[in-house]
Write a protein that binds this ligand. Structure first.
Ligand SMILES: [Mg+2]
Length: 265
């Protein structure tokens, strides 16, 4: 026992001395960028609660669609759906970025989507097939780039998503607002439902606002969510994050982390 005791204190002393030579760890940043996106991806990939939320959204979409089908309409019915984090799951892209200590860039995003490796959001394929079986026209309105047209269609068709062709796919042109593209659909169709993970997927009122104003608009339009607007969860990225940097001149990862840390309560 005595031998053990002496040895123990000797090891403890050596460990203490070795620690004296290490620089003091003074970590003040939470490093939400890019690690927060990996945490969000973990939730999207592993949490049964995420799947339950997605099923809840698509079950509600089907209920609302059935209600719309019973009403008379002068125009044929259409659904407008976003793609990323609404129909396709990009969580592996954000995990890869976090492992490399990087954040989103257009170039790395385009390389990811070119791989045609997106899985689907739970419930999305079943719902869109159901809608198509009821004669509904489906439009995919996304802010993916024009150069992503081919891999995007390949990825949608990989999962047999209905009406996934160029005529039903509206990619981002000069304007990141989806309003003009929605109006093109509205000229010929009655929009039964809009599906998305970002408020800009639903209405122009949510475009390019500050964090506080978009919150007020959301409160003012509360009755539309779960009715005409079906929202999917996305904790990895979105306009909700982008607006936090608005007018803050946050260009580097460090700048963004300072903004995010200051915003946390
Ligand atoms: Mg999206």
């Amino acid at each position: 026992m005595r031998y053990f005791s002496n040895t123990f204190f000797m090891i403890a002393f050596l460990l203490y001395c070795s620690g004296c030579n290490q620089p003091a760890v003074n970590k003040s940043s939470l490093d939400l960028q890019p690690n927060g996106q990996a945490w969000g991806a973990l939730y999207q990939q592993r949490a049964a609660e995420y799947k339950a939320l997605a099923f809840q959204a698509y079950n509600l979409a089907q209920l609302r669609l059935d209600q719309q089908l019973k009403l008379k309409s002068n125009k044929p019915l259409a659904i407008i759906t976003d793609i990323d984090e609404t129909v396709l799951d990009n969580s592996p892209y954000f995990v890869a970025l976090a492992k490399q200590g990087e954040v989103y860039s257009d170039s790395s995003w385009v390389k990811w989507t070119a791989l045609v490796k997106c899985d689907t959001v739970p419930g999305s394929v079943r719902f869109l097939k159901y809608a198509a079986s009821k004669g509904i026209t489906i439009f995919y309105i996304t802010n993916r780039f024009e150069q992503e047209r081919s891999p995007t269609l390949k990825n949608l068709n990989k999962w047999a998503l209905p009406q996934a062709d160029s005529a039903h796919l509206f990619l981002m042109g000069m304007d990141d607002s989806k309003e003009q593209r929605r109006m093109l659909v509205e000229n010929k169709y009655q929009i039964a439902l809009l599906l998305g993970d970002s408020l800009g997927d639903f209405d122009k009122f949510f475009d390019h606002l500050t964090d506080s104003v978009r919150t007020v608009h959301t409160q003012q339009t509360a009755n539309l969510f779960g009715d005409r607007f079906i929202v999917l969860p996305n904790t990895m990225y979105g306009a909700w994050e982008d607006v936090l940097y608005k007018d803050k001149n946050a260009n580097s990862i460090d700048d963004k982390n300072k903004v995010l840390e200051n915003d946390l309560k």
